[in-house]
Design a protein around this ligand. Sequence first.
Ligand SMILES: Nc1ncnc2c1ncn2[C@@H]1O[C@H](COP(=O)(O)OP(=O)(O)OP(=O)(O)O)[C@@H](O)[C@H]1O
Length: 252
Amino acid sequence: MKKIIIGDQIIKSFGEGDEKRNVLDGVSAYINEGEFVAVMGPSGSGKSTLMFALSGTDGINGGKVAVDGRDLSEIGENELSDLRRTQMGFVFQQPTMLKHLNILDNIILPSMRGNRRNAADITKKARALMKRVGISELEKRDITQVSGGQLQRAGICRALMNSPRIIFGDEPTGALNSQSAEEIMDLLSEINAEGTAIMLVTHDAKVAARSERILFMRDGTLVSDLKLPKFDRTNLEDRIGKVTEKMRELRI
Ligand SMILES: Nc1ncnc2c1ncn2[C@@H]1O[C@H](COP(=O)(O)OP(=O)(O)OP(=O)(O)O)[C@@H](O)[C@H]1O
C-alpha cells in the first residue's frame, strides 16, 4: 500500500524558555493512499496539531513530514501552498465562508486563485459537486440562509473542487445535530469509497467507527494505532462497540 503522507518523529512545540512545551513529542504516523484514518484522544492531546503538521499547514520543530516522498522542509513556500491546494482539501467544524458571497461563489472562490482553469469550468465543477451533495437549489442563497448541515455540504464541495487525494477534517460534524452528522458522514464515506483518503479528528466514536484505522493520542504521543475492517453499513454498530471499548481501555 502506497503511503501518501509520512510523519517521522514529529516534534511540535509552543512557547518559549521555561514555558516551552512539546505538543507533539516524537509522533510517527502515516496515511495510505485512499485510506480513512481517524484521530482520537483527550482534549489538548495534540490531534489538531498532528493534522496541521501532516498537512504542511504548520511547520514543525523536529522530525520530518514527507508527502509523496518529498520532505516538506525542503519545499519552498509557493510550492508547498500549490501542493496543499492541488492535493489536499480541508473541512472544519464551522466552514469559514464569506458573508457577502452566496454559497456558489464561496465554493468557487479558492479555486479562482492561481488556477489555470477558466471561470466557466470552475463553475461547472462546483455545480456538479453541489448536485452530488444535494444542495443544487441553494447556490444563490446567503450563507446565513442555509442549515448547518447544508453549509457543511458546501464546505465539502469547496474541499473537493481540486479533486484532492486527501481530505483533512477537524470535527466536521461537531456542530451538527445527529441526523445531519450522519448524513455528512455518509457523504464522507462515499467520497472515501471513490478513492479519496480522509483523515478526521474526532471525539465521537460513531464518526471514528467509519474509519479503517484510528490513531489514539495522549499528551502529544501516539498511544495506539487500531485497525478496523473496511467500513460497511451493516457492521457500524459492531465497529462503534470496538471503538468505545478501546476508548475505555485507553481511558479516553
Ligand atoms: N498556537 C498555539 N499556541 C500555543 N499553544 C497551542 C497552540 N495550538 C495548540 N496549542 C496547545 O497545544 C495542545 C494541543 O492542542 P490541539 O489543538 O492539537 O489539541 P486537540 O487534541 O486537537 O484538542 P481538542 O480536542 O480540544 O480540539 C493544547 O494544549 C493547546 O493549548
